[in-house]
Each structure stands twice: as structure tokens, then as C-alpha cells.
Design a protein around this ligand. Sequence first.
Ligand SMILES: [Zn+2]
Length: 127
Amino acid sequence: MFCRNCGIQLPDDANFCLKCGYPQKDNISTDEIKWETCETDWVHVKPGTLFSKGTAKYIARAIGPQGQYIAGQSSEYTFAIPETEVITTARFAAFDSFIKQLVAEGWEFIGSFGVGDSQKRFRRRVK
Ligand SMILES: [Zn+2]
């Protein structure tokens, strides 16, 4: 199905649009329930090459009734090609605590998107 408001494609059982938050069913009041969504991904802090390590961090970009903002950031982690076990472990730890921080701030996991395992989507009620 497609959003009644902005027209993007949505899962068939969606109650709200993942992008604009608009309700997709008639019996839900737009005045009482509003949602914001956020999406996580990683960004470079310092680019790496085949011969030198780089640093990166995870970031959550949010959009809601008040517009776009950064909902959270992880600590920076080192990356290299190929990754060593130490580097992988540190990266997973950074991602884990980043996700826990989002959940503690009221974000609810609603699914993955894209191809990377760092790309997750969350929603949160706006009061
Ligand atoms: Zn929409």
C-alpha cells in the first residue's frame, strides 16, 4: 500500500507512514497520536584506505512533526580492510551501546532497511 499523505510505499499492515507519520486507518485520530521515526547508519569520521585505518561512528537521523534532527550518535570506532577480530568486536560494542541508548530514550525498533546490518528503523511517540 501507499501512504495516504505522501505516497511512499509502506508495508500492507502499517498503521502509520514510516516517513511522514500520517495514520493509514480511519479510526486513528491524528490529533492524539503522532510518531517520529529515525534511521541508523554509519558515517566516516576519518576515511581509511587499504593501508591505513579510518574511524567512523553510527548515527541516527530522525524525522518527526518538528522536522529533521540527529537523534543520537555512537562513540567513534576504528575500521580497517580487512577487519581484525579486535576491530570487529569494538565495532559491534559501539553499535550495541548505541542501540541500547536509542531504546532507553524511547525508540522502538520497527525493522531493517537497506543492505547493511547497521541500517535499522525506529519509531517513537511524540508527546
Ligand atoms: Zn507518508
